[in-house]
Design a protein around this ligand. Sequence first.
Ligand code: GDP
Length: 181
Amino acid sequence: DMSVTSSEKAYRVVLAGDAAVGKSSFLLRLCKNEFRGTTSATLGVDFQMKTLVVDGEPTVLQLWDTAGQERFRSIAKSYFRRADGVLLLYDVTCERSFLNVREWVDMIEDASQEDIPIMLVGNKCDLREQALKDGITCIPTSYGQKLSMTHNSLFCETSAKDGANVIEAVLHLAREVTKHA
Ligand code: GDP
């Protein structure tokens, strides 16, 4: 019955992670199938809707983009409080963003009442090969996997630029979120 389906609630998924890891780009790829080389810094919080078919069921996601900057942390926290799931991004070519994952997980767990599903996402994987050649410290896949296990979260690597794994990451999280709800 479509009338029942369309009145179903939207699940709230919040994007987290340091500034410039690619949260806005990830959303742009997911919702508009676009990529822009330059995006303006996210101001405050905005959301996009996306309907995915999860295990045969149309599932509506309300995806909230938060800014990574320190001054927005109090805002971010208030969004985690009402989140059904979190996409926690780092940049595989930025060690700092990976080291900060722990702080983000603490903030998420602090803000939300119960354990909510988290998908840890190593973004910009299209850049890793070149970055390694350029002598930039990159985060190997195995490190991301290991970190996700210590936080009991899901894990994948994506590229908002070429689209690799973006839908898959969100689908996988959505499956957990609907199971959990
Ligand atoms: P946010 O601050 O986390 O929302 O990050 P943005 O989406 O604004 O991205 C920061 C910069 O990284 C922008 O110049 C993006 O074009 C670039 N970027 C984002 N995702 C990717 C990616 O997967 N691959 C590459 N090569 N660049 C990316």
